[in-house]
Design a binder for this molecule. Structure first.
Ligand code: COA
Length: 306
């Protein structure tokens, strides 16, 4: 069987924060941020729950699926609104769902982890036939807005897909990984803000993503040449360029949103799915590779026949 995308939805806060806005309050510049990260502006505002509900409602409407027809909600987030319950509980109520619901926290790799989990659960006896998978984060709530090494990167958004069980298999390959010894290079303690060793994260991210994509492709019996569309986690355009160059994937096969969204953690890959669909590149049968990495470190790749 396969978990096929039947609907997509996104949510971006209204407030736009440009690089010049940041340069007005800290020692940085539009030129530096664009050159080192590829980011021009980002959206800030809202809670994880609010953004997730908006994206989820749009995905259900896009799919033409009634909330009562959803069999499972999986919400990926790094920024839950409460310590307990999981934010998926508020989203469940907000969307009027009647199914099971749980959160996944695998940082910026979370949406891809959630996709693999949803696909796997569909294969269980009596498994769900329709799963709403949402990636939502309000990273602005854990960002130190006086720290130029992190404030330039992180922002808020949500993206959602309705995955539907169909007989044709479509998850050709996947790879989930973690290295918990790397917690100290990117973390946020309760009540505090994100702490990051940027250069170290950059280096490790490139290595982890290249190896993860290679592993998922090998399991699929494919090579980088077979990838039609690459939807990478949006953390830094230079990380994406380094990954593409190492894998020999032409840059025009990737779909990026980072220039106008910044790094929105769990939301970046579903935002890219939406952008890829709008760009008309997600034809049926195409080989689409989604790959993410984040704090933990975690990494996750799926190779899907669309
Ligand atoms: N504006 C201007 N100068 C800045 C700056 C900013 N916002 N941030 C850092 N600098 C300065 C540094 O102080 C340093 O100055 P120095 O040479 O005088 O010491 C110089 O720029 C280079 O700093 P460095 O940290 O080496 O820059 P970089 O090219 O590695 O870019 C990041 C910094 C954070 C953009 C980059 O390391 C990165 O994106 N890392 C990955 C982060 C990530 O992906 N996190 C999320 C994972 S999901």
């Amino acid at each position: 069987m396969g978990a096929h995308v039947r609907g997509v939805g996104t949510a971006l806060p209204e407030r736009v924060v440009t690089n010049d806005d940041l340069a007005a309050t800290m020692d940085t510049s539009d030129d530096w941020i664009r050159e080192r990260t590829g980011i021009r502006e980002r959206r800030v505002g809202g809670t994880t729950g609010q953004l997730a509900i908006e994206a989820g409602a749009k995905a259900l409407a896009d799919a033409g699926v009634d909330p009562a027809e959803v069999d499972l909600l999986v919400l990926s987030t790094t920024t839950p609104d409460q310590r307990t319950p999981a934010t998926s509980a508020a989203v469940h109520a907000g969307l009027g769902l009647r199914c099971g619901a749980f959160d996944v926290n695998a940082a910026c790799a979370g949406f891809t982890y959630a996709w693999v989990a949803a696909n796997g659960m569909m294969e269980l006896p009596h498994g769900p036939r329709r799963v709403l998978v949402i990636g939502a984060d309000a990273l602005s709530t854990i960002t130190d807005w006086t720290d130029r090494s992190t404030a330039i990167l992180f922002a808020d958004a949500a993206g959602a897909v309705v995955l539907e069980h169909r007989p044709e298999p479509n998850l050709l390959g996947w790879d989930l990984g973690a290295d918990g010894s790397l917690v100290p290079i990117l973390y946020c303690d309760h009540g505090d803000t994100l702490k990051m060793e940027g250069r170290e994260v950059f280096k490790r991210a490139v290595r982890a993503v290249v190896a993860s994509v290679e592993n998922a492709l090998e399991r699929a019996g494919l090579t980088p040449d077979d990838i039609d569309v690459l939807l990478p986690h949006q953390a830094n355009i230079r990380i994406i360029e380094a990954v593409c160059s190492r894998l020999g994937i032409p840059a025009d096969k990737t779909v990026n949103v980072i220039e106008t969204t910044g790094n929105t953690s769990s939301a970046t890959i579903p935002l890219c799915i939406d952008a890829a669909r709008s760009a008309g590149v997600l034809h049926e049968g195409r080989i689409v590779c989604m790959t993410g990495f984040g704090a933990g470190m975690t990494w996750a790749t799926t190779v899907v026949r669309w």
